[in-house]
Design a protein around this ligand. Sequence first.
Ligand code: BGC
Length: 786
Amino acid sequence: MLPPFLRRFLLSCTVAFVILPGGQAQDAHDPSAFRGLPVRSTLSNPSIESRVELLLNQMTLEEKIGQLVQYSAGTPTGPGTGRGDYQDMIAKGQVGSLFNLEDARAANRYQHIAVEKSRLHIPLLNGLDVIHGYRTEFPVPLGLASTWDPKIVEKAARLAAQEASASGVRWTFSPMVDIARDPRWGRIIEGAGEDPYLGSVMARAYVRGYQGATLGAPDSIIACPKHYVGYGASEGGRDYNTTEISEHTLREVYLPPFYAALDEGAASIMSAFSSLNGVPATANPFTLTQILRKEWQFPGLVVSDWTSVAELISHGIANDGETAAWKALAAGVDMDMESNLYHEHLMDLVKSGKVSEAQIDEAVRRALRVKFSLGLFDNPYTDETRENHGPLAKENLELARAAAERSFVLLKNKLTGPRRVLPLSNDTQTIALIGPLADDAAEMLGSWAGRGQPKDVITLKSALAQRIGAGRLKYAAGGTIMTATEEQISAAVTAARSSDVAILALGEDAPSMTAEASSRAHLELPGRQEELLQKVAATGKPVILVLFSGRPLTLTWAFEHVPAVLAAWFPGVQAGPALVRTLYGESVPSGKLVVTWPHSIGQIPLYYNALNTGRPAGNADLTHPAPNSNEKYVSRYIDEPNAPQFPFGYGLSYTEFRYSPPESSAAKLSANDLNEYLHSDKAQARPVITVGAHVTNSGRVAAEEVVQLYLRLRGTSIEEPVRALKAFERLSLAPGETKRVTFSLAPDVFALWDIHNERKVEPCRVSIWVSPDSERGQPIELDISK
Ligand code: BGC
């Protein structure tokens, strides 16, 4: 690592002009401005660099271009290209990477061609979307993030890497670190929600897990944070749609998780489909060159998204494939996924002088760097005996179960008489289990389920039957997710009538309603499920709703009338056991929402870390109006409260927690002091203040609580959010126990991107909350003077 002064000096020397395709230079930035530190890379290795140069010197232009070409040679995950001549092309050195291959045998088959038949024996890099597990499927990423437990996420990613690499996969297109503030967007399920800090913590955890201690180990796979950048802000939540994001918001909200992933060592990154402020992300010199290469100095590989190079034509910034290829490469996309345009046009572009061979060399270096770092030149093949075709190992199932348990968010649990509906008592004699998701193994795997198999899944129905005996369980599917007949609904009602309690397993259809190309304009339960719920509830039996979804759903009726609701997302292979243990209280819910849960679609976008308005409704410090506020000229709807159904960070437990007011080790800080540390490597390491609070478990069961620290800065050069998460900690508390949580805050916690888009600490007023979610708690105040 370079000493801080040298890093700063080098940074200040970075070129301030971005050359746009088309030749015009655009004044991008004041070169003396401080914009952040370069990322730490796992790819900077002098011996690898010399091997890269040696090889590059032997390569023909055609072979170089080949390294920048990628095809899917398995089940397509986007529109097909119609190509199938990969073997031929590989033998000629015209392909650098394949993805979507079935197994280790397929990977080895292609690798043999690359290594034995191509002139320079350059191995292929084999990729796949390993998103929340490979064979051992974990909860979907939104669920994994809801654990607020980076350790378990890292372990899940490590296991995924071990399993995937045993099948010949050395590159995963994960983690998706797009900040998402709109639950209509189907891909909200693939990420960590709406918060840049939590998103960054999770991004780092995935990268550590996938890439392991060293990239060269045979069970390491490289991570690929995606989709760079802003894709989550697609207008109206409609997938692939346009985004408009100011530079300030880009730097404060959308870029941090990418920075975190790369700083943790992620060796590749994927450009997005969407256009950003009128420039498609796959041909965006500002994000791909200025930020990624110049400010962050990222030495790894940029891959386009599926045909996103060709889509530059639809975006309207290229009228033909040649121009599209040129613009993407010139902006900084090294590898063309599926468009076929680098293969078809780069040669001519070099011949005509529009693209220099030096530009091609730079992109090839990045591809080779990654291949050398993975050890592919020394060990190109996968040991096929490592691949697991048998049942899943016990310890892996335990990990999957623990992750699922932590991902559940208890949204409601009403007192009925002396006790709450949940946990279920062992005295409950008969249970009606109702709903299309109670016994659907494939659904439990969620979307982007790698090589997960329904036969590995234990459903809620089988786990519950196992627990209480089939005789005490009355099961009725009540129809499918999309349809139900009168008979199916009335069979469900009959089952409920003759039982002590009814558990309803309802929700979305994972493959068609969540993830890519699955945006929804309506966020209710699909089909007749709400009707089913209402009719079962009308029996008067206590009802527990277990909700399977890839996003918050607007279930106003259910949240008002159903006494207990558990958000289960799509929990993976151990869905059933994790749910049964949770319903019976052997596992106490501790997940917290990572997205604000709206009341109605009209409120969207609705996120906690919003800016205050000049006319805030209700308390000026909060975004929410007082319930019966009659004020007219305030920022509110006339027909809907501003408040969400449930705030970010929210989640109930089977116990109660009491928080003391927070205390801090100082009431004043100096901006000058903080800035001195901020711009050096010490920024992370040196805490400047501690803030603590006492948290008491005032209930009767041992449980874990995610304690959250938020702050607000006021009096700054640019508006800052009403609250911003800056730290959190999972605490384990016995009944009656009190623990003190102490957060050590480093200078970067108080930093912002100022009105000139420079990163600094400004003199300001700071409010700090230590609280169970993003709405509760009383802040302490401190001042940052000059
Ligand atoms: C998705 C990416 C994915 C790629 C490869 C695209 O359609 O947007 O997230 O990694 O396909 O499967």
